[in-house]
Each structure stands twice: as structure tokens, then as C-alpha cells.
Design a binder for this molecule. Sequence first.
Ligand code: GDP
Length: 582
Amino acid sequence: MGHVDAGKTKLLDCIRGTNVQEGEAGGITQQIGATYLPAENIRERTMELRADAQLNVPGVLVIDTPGHESFTNLRSRGSSLCDIAILVVDITHRLQPQTIESLNLLRMRNTEFIVALNKVDRISGWKKCKNAPFVKAIRQQTEDVKDLFNMKLAEIKTQFQDQGLNTELYYKNKEKGECLSIVPTSAISGEGIPDLLLFLVQWAQKTMVEKLTYVDKVQCTVLEVKVIEGHGTTIDVVLVNGELHEGDQIVVCGLQEPIVTTVRALLTSHPMKESRVKGTYLHHKKIKAAQSIKITAQGLEHAVAGTCLHVVGPDDDMDAIKNSVMEDMESVMSRIEKSGEGVYVQASTLGSLEALLEFLKSPAVRIPVSGIGIGPVHKKDIMKAGVMLEKKKEDAIILAFDVKVTTEARELADDMGVKIFCADIIYHLFDLYKDYIEKIKEEKKKESADEVVFPCILNILREFNKKDPIILGVKVVDGILKIGTPICVPSREFIDIGRIASIEKNRNPVDYAEKGDEVAIKIVASNREEQKTFGRHFDKKDELVSHISRRSIDILNESYMNEMSKEKWDLIVVLKSLFKIF
Ligand code: GDP
């Protein structure tokens, strides 16, 4: 995990000695893939660290995350599928927003992780030592380079500390568990890669023997749901424990209901080749954990990525299995607004959807959600989000987190007036949403500007002109007097005498006058017939007030909260009872 461009793809390439990154559009990791690294390979790579005798694992299955947190959220029997995560930090950029987002997620899920401090070769003056253990590589550097490295390391350690985490170079770290280990690496020249591999394996062997010991009960997680030419909709899964067979009856979590189907084919890619690299698949009659596998079967169209796959045994209770696969989905469903009002959210996996929902619900955000989807945004999702156009127009929005939007869906959205916001960092979605809502508010405010009425009470001090227009000297007894405010005389059967056309304070024109101010005002009636005259329709002892209404109060509430103090609201209450608005 880590920020975009920190080097996750390159690091994995370096570990497995292939080059997926260059085959990808713009080098951005788009999908989840996995690689199995056999023990022999790891042994060979870590030879220089003289760790030969210490390797007891048959190999390591490395899953490349698509650049964000969905991976740690993948479910495996209710807990995270991920045993150890590697947080990749670019030494030249230090901690970046996505690094911190990943960090928080790892902590939330209690996932163990280490830090790969990548791109050490970019330190100015670095002498490359291809694939060397880090300690050996750093010894070859000049004092200047060592100083630079130490300086950058110190900065990053401070940044981690700001996040509440103690960190230390892995070979100096005596309190593993308390203190996070940092392994400096270069994905280009390979320094530190032996250290990273050995550290991962040793840590796993030391702390997770039980968790990692093979058992027969099938434990399997759906990574991705993909349409593959010639195979229809397939699911990519990670088989963590047990064995899968062609013809097995399986149950998978579906968007609406559990999917019960039969394994048609079990496919894998070639060893040392990542599963997302295109090519022919190997067919298997059966497969034993740990492996990443593509399963073909009927009816997988609505399968939910990030959930568990169950195999139905002869003695199993089908209903119990069905309930159990849908449990994850229910936790998500329970977060949907009962009122049916809110935005529509769409994410790549159940895990990333959960992370997004959790974020939207947090006190600082509070964006209600009315509907959810998993996978690419299709026309049907636009239709669902479009329901809001009738109910609450500004909620006719899709927040699309790390998913593609089909061309037809985008066209339909444009036609219907449904907004789609796409991002692969959660808080960017929030920013887009916030900006949009701000814009809508501004527009609404502009539209209602003629109808807004601020509360005020005025006492007449003197008259300058009796009518056409009425010009008076007044004192603002309470509230705020603004240009445009309709003025009425409650003591004279609430007659309206017109709107404030201008205000002068100390002979200077002003836009408003506040409590205590003494100003001259010009009042203009909207048409001749309604013209009133000072001295006839009202006079000096009459109090003048702004003519509020239900609608004007609503507008204040909606668009002018920041201009309304408690005092002014108190005055609104007084005027409400005066005008009998309930
Ligand atoms: P990701 O978005 O985290 O998967 O990042 P990539 O692996 O695509 O790397 C982003 C860019 O950084 C690419 O141009 C890589 O070649 C470059 N890069 C990655 N790791 C290193 C490294 O250790 N050293 C140097 N010099 N460049 C690196």
C-alpha cells in the first residue's frame, strides 16, 4: 500500500523480476493481482544475508494492491485476509496523503505492517549496489550520502511520530511490535530487497505460525469479479487454506442475494507471472492453498469482491452458509439511510465500499447514503441514483471510488442530470462533493436573494419626506436593516409601506445598518397604488418592522446561517409570533 507513485508496482516487479508496470497505462496499478514466490526464489535472493537455515515457509503469496486500501479490507472469515502489509513510502516525498490514509486503515483493521522506504537510489550521489542487502549498500556510500539518508530518515520518523507511531530501521529495532520497522529499498537497483523478503518471512514465521499453518477447511476470498472473453463473468480468488475442485458447489456473496453455483474451471497463471498479466491459463482439476485462482462458473455477475467464498460439503446446512456469506453485505446495507434520501456510492470491493461508508458517516463528514453498488458504474446505477432527482435534487450524485464508469452510463447521467464524481482517494471524493454542494448553495442563495428578509425593528426619529418616496430618520432598535427589506407597520393593521431602497449613515450610502445605528432610509412602494404616506397611514410613534414570512425564514435557514447570530434568531422568534407564523 502507499501513495500513488511511491513505487508499489516497481517494488513488486523487482521482487519477482518481471515488469508489469511498463505494460500498464500510465504505470498506474489498476487491478488486484497476486504472485506466488517459491521458497527457492526467496532463498536465492536472501543468500547474502546468510539466512538459509531460517526459511521454513514453502513460499509467499504476494498480492499487489491497486494503490489503495481495499486490499486490507478483503474478508477472510470475518477478519482481514491480509497477514502483513507493506506500506511503501517514497523517501524523496516522505509521508503523503494516501500514505496516511493507508496507515489509518491498517491501524483500524489491526493489520501488521512494515514500511518500505523506497527510492533510496534517488538520494543525490547514491552509488548503486545492485540487489545488495541494505547494510552493505549503505556502507559503500560517501559520508555525504549517509548524512543525507540519515536526515531524510529522521524527517520521516518525525512524521510517523506525528501520526502516533514510533519507527526504527529494521536492523536496529529491538522492540518489534511496539515499534514499526523500516526497510530502506530501491525498486530500481534492488538494494534492500533481500532484507525486505527475509524480514517478511522471518516475522511471519515468528509471530504467525498458527495463523499460517495450513488447514484443510477451505478459506477463500474473492479479490475481483471480471468478465473474460470466452469465460463470461469470472472471479479471481485467493485460496488461503484447503483445496478447491472442479465441480465443487460454491456459495458467494451477491449484491442482493447469495449466489449458489458450481465451479466450471479452476485456472491459474504461470508461476512467477502475475495473475493480471494477459496470457493463457493453466487448467486444474484441483488446487491446494495458498494460491490465487480464477474461477469460472455460471451466475457470477453480481458477485461481490472482497467477500468470502464457501464450499458446500456433504453435511453442510445450505441456509446457514447462505446466511453466513451475506453477513458482510448486511453490515454495509445497515448503513444506508432509512429515509431513502442521500447520495449513491459505488466502490470496487466490499472492503473499499465499507471504508468509504465509514468515512461518509464520520462526524466531520456526515453525508447520507441512499444506495450502494460494487464494481464499474453501469446504466442501472445511474437509474438508481436518478431516483433522487425527484426527492432531493442535490443528492442525485454518484460517488465512485476507484471504479470505472461505462460510456453509456456517463451519457445517461449527462442526459438525466445525475452527477458522477470519481476519485481513487476517499477524501478527494469528499472534496469534490463539498465543492459541488457549496456551488449549489451559492446558486440557491443567488436565486433567493430577492426574497430573503433579515429581521429588524425600527423607531422613527424624524421625517424628511412624507411620500413618493418616503424618507425617514430611524434608529435600528433590534436586528439588522438591509437594502431590499420589506417594511410594515404592525400597529396599523400590518400595512406594508414598501421596501428599503437606500440607507445613509452620516450622509454616506451604506448597504446595511445594525442595532443602535441611526440612519436615513428611503422607502419605495412596489407600485403607485400601494404608496403610503407618513402622517396619514402611519406616524412617528409607530414602530416599523421587517415583514418576514415562512419562506423568508426558510431562506435564512438554508442560505444565510453564517450571517445569523443567536440574537437575530431570537428576534425572528419575536416577529414570528407578531406575524402569527407557526
Ligand atoms: P505505484 O503507483 O506505487 O505502483 O508506483 P510505480 O511502481 O508505478 O512507480 C512510480 C514511478 O517511480 C515509476 O516511474 C518508477 O519507475 C519509479 N520508481 C519506483 N520505485 C523506484 C525506486 O526505488 N527508485 C527510483 N529511482 N524510481 C522508482
